[in-house]
Ligand binder design. Structure first.
Ligand code: PXL
Length: 277
């Protein structure tokens, strides 16, 4: 059985980070170990959330794991809270990288042209230094712009997206992916670039007129799970994009659904169908 470790916060209510990564990756038949980086009462889009920082636990956990000789087929980082946590992730990668495992960095920190409330531009630039150490990175367009110091645009053409992908690739990952890429109204997609094989991949779907938190985490978790199930990066992106879109559709079309996250639970059977195809 494949085993990954995912390192991000627990937002107790909010359907993001570990509360989506664990169930989704487990449902895909992949063991999910975790390093929780902080416990928040909710994600940071609520006001008045509480935070218990767990930075001091990260090193003792990884030291114990080294003694136990644990190995991971995948290492996946999401939302992190500080420069220090980014540094600790670099050490974690150095300790647990193997010849064959995949390091996926989702630099979760911004969307729709804005950084999340707890971050600033220097943090975004520092996150780019973590992306340097990954095999695959999955920022959205906003996160890519902040990391690369490029202008964020709502409307753009393929040349703009390829320029962002070139900038991301120069950071060093083999596969750079941009999520939330749409070239026409009513469409959204994901574009990836494989630096080693000089290969682009684009997959797009209809875009619903809504937006929810945590969908980036659902996408990244599914992508990691799918690669662990043996899919290549292009198929993994397709499965992740289709599942994420279905989670959004189900939530949008259900009157009275919560607005802080999507009902990914109800689309798990669809995810398993996609994996079986
Ligand atoms: O990646 C989404 C996310 C994860 N964790 C926390 C967040 C958010 C988005 O707002 O606030 C704490």
């Amino acid at each position: 059985m494949k085993r990954i470790v995912t390192i991000q916060d627990i937002s107790c209510v909010g359907k993001c980070s570990l509360t989506v990564a664990l169930p989704i990756i487990s449902a895909m038949g992949v063991e999910a170990a975790i390093v929780p980086t902080a416990v928040l009462s909710t994600h940071t889009m609520f006001s008045g959330f509480t935070v218990k920082d767990l930075t001091s636990e990260i090193k003792p956990i990884s030291e114990h794991w080294k003694k136990e000789g644990f190995k991971f087929d995948g290492i996946y980082t999401g939302y992190l809270g500080s420069f220090e946590q980014i540094d600790l992730m670099k050490e974690f990668f150095a300790d647990f990288k193997t010849e064959d495992n995949i390091i996926l960095v989702d630099p979760a920190m911004a969307d729709n042209g804005k950084l999340y409330p707890t971050f600033d531009e220097s943090y975004a630039k520092y996150m780019a230094t973590l992306c340097e150490k990954a095999d695959m990175i999955v920022p959205n367009v906003t996160e890519a712009c902040f990391m690369l110091g490029k202008e964020y645009k709502e409307k753009y053409d393929e040349a703009y997206v390829k320029e962002l992908l070139a900038g991301l690739s120069e950071l060093g990952a083999k596969i750079s992916v941009l999520t939330g890429v749409g070239f026409e109204d009513g469409k959204t997609g994901v574009m990836g670039y494989d630096r080693v094989n000089d290969e682009y991949f684009y997959f797009e779907q209809p875009k619903l007129p809504c937006s929810y938190h945590g969908t980036g985490d659902i996408f990244s978790s599914t992508c990691m799970g799918a690669m662990m199930c043996g899919l290549d990066w292009k198929k993994a992106l397709t499965v992740a994009a289709k599942y994420t879109a279905e989670c959004i559709r189900i939530t949008f079309e259900t009157p009275g659904s919560n607005t802080y996250g999507v009902d990914f639970e109800r689309a798990v059977p669809y995810l398993l169908e996609l994996l079986g195809e």
